[in-house]
Design a protein around this ligand. Structure first.
Ligand code: ATP
Ligand code: NCN
Length: 221
């Protein structure tokens, strides 16, 4: 199926979100500003096979994500498909399901931070991801986007497929985009450690997410 003109554009942010933080929100907002999508689809991972187990339950992660993305300029959908799927979470399965659900005339744009770009070549069927979606990656402190930090085959694929924001918005899949300039030095790992020590990382997490963490006594041990 050749890429065709897109009627609408959906930006997709997948993640463990254990817990969701301001880095995730800023990543999404960066691409919302750039691409002006019609919808942001946030997809909490069910069973992220490259991580060593998650601390919060799927239900808690879904509720935290709901709270974190409750005031965006675009429509936001929290999509629980990966949580419903029992098997390991592979993005290729998710994008295939999204394409099936949305049909051939929607631009699907999968967003990620540079840490994931740096090992994209280890993802299941990573080159086939472009058969279903565009891929956009943003910088992250400690993780650059340039060829010295990204595996050569990933850099080659992103160079070959490079598109601008308008091409990504207006075609359905197959392009790549690198966004330097996002420098939000926050990670879930750091937040879990702070919470475990009894700190209150209110500058790192949306207020309503921190309220939920406290109410539910999450990440205390
Ligand atoms: N501060 C950040 N800047 C840019 N991208 C980010 C940032 N934090 C997370 N991301 C991206 O968001 C997606 C989901 O990340 P994830 O939920 O694993 O958070 P994390 O902070 O990396 O978690 P952990 O510390 O547990 O590994 C990934 O594509 C990741 O690259
Ligand atoms: O498809 C894969 O093999 C794959 C490998 C690693 C990560 N991902 C996806 O990348 C997104 C961010 O993952 P993480 O581990 O940073 O939370 C999330 O949607 C994961 O399902 C996907």
């Amino acid at each position: 199926m050749p890429a065709r003109a897109a009627q609408r554009c959906i930006a997709v942010l997948g993640g463990s979100f254990d817990p969701v933080h301001i880095g995730h929100v800023r990543l999404a907002e960066h691409f919302i500003t750039l691409l002006q999508p019609d919808e942001l689809r946030v997809i909490p991972a069910g069973n992220p096979w490259q991580k060593h187990g998650l601390q919060a339950s799927p239900a808690d992660r879904v509720e935290m994500v709901r709270r974190a993305f409750d005031s965006q300029k675009v429509a936001v959908t929290i999509d629980e498909q990966e949580i419903r799927r029992a098997s390991a979470t592979y993005t290729i399965d998710t994008l295939r399901a999204l394409r099936e659900e949305l049909g051939p005339e929607i631009s699907i744009v999968f967003l990620m931070g540079a840490d994931q770009l740096q090992h994209l070549n280890t993802w299941q069927d990573w080159q086939r991801l472009f058969d279903y979606a565009h891929l956009c990656a943003a910088s992250r402190p400690g993780f650059g986007l340039d060829a010295t930090q990204v595996p050569p085959e990933v850099t080659a694929e992103f160079t070959r497929r490079r598109g601008d924001a308008e091409q990504i918005r207006s075609t359905t899949y197959g392009r790549a985009y690198l966004a330097p300039g996002l420098e939000v030095d926050i990670s879930s790992t750091e937040i879990r450690a702070l919470l475990q020590r009894g700190a209150r990382p209110d500058a790192l997490i949306p207020a309503r997410v921190l309220d939920y963490i406290e109410q539910q006594h999450l990440y205390r041990n």
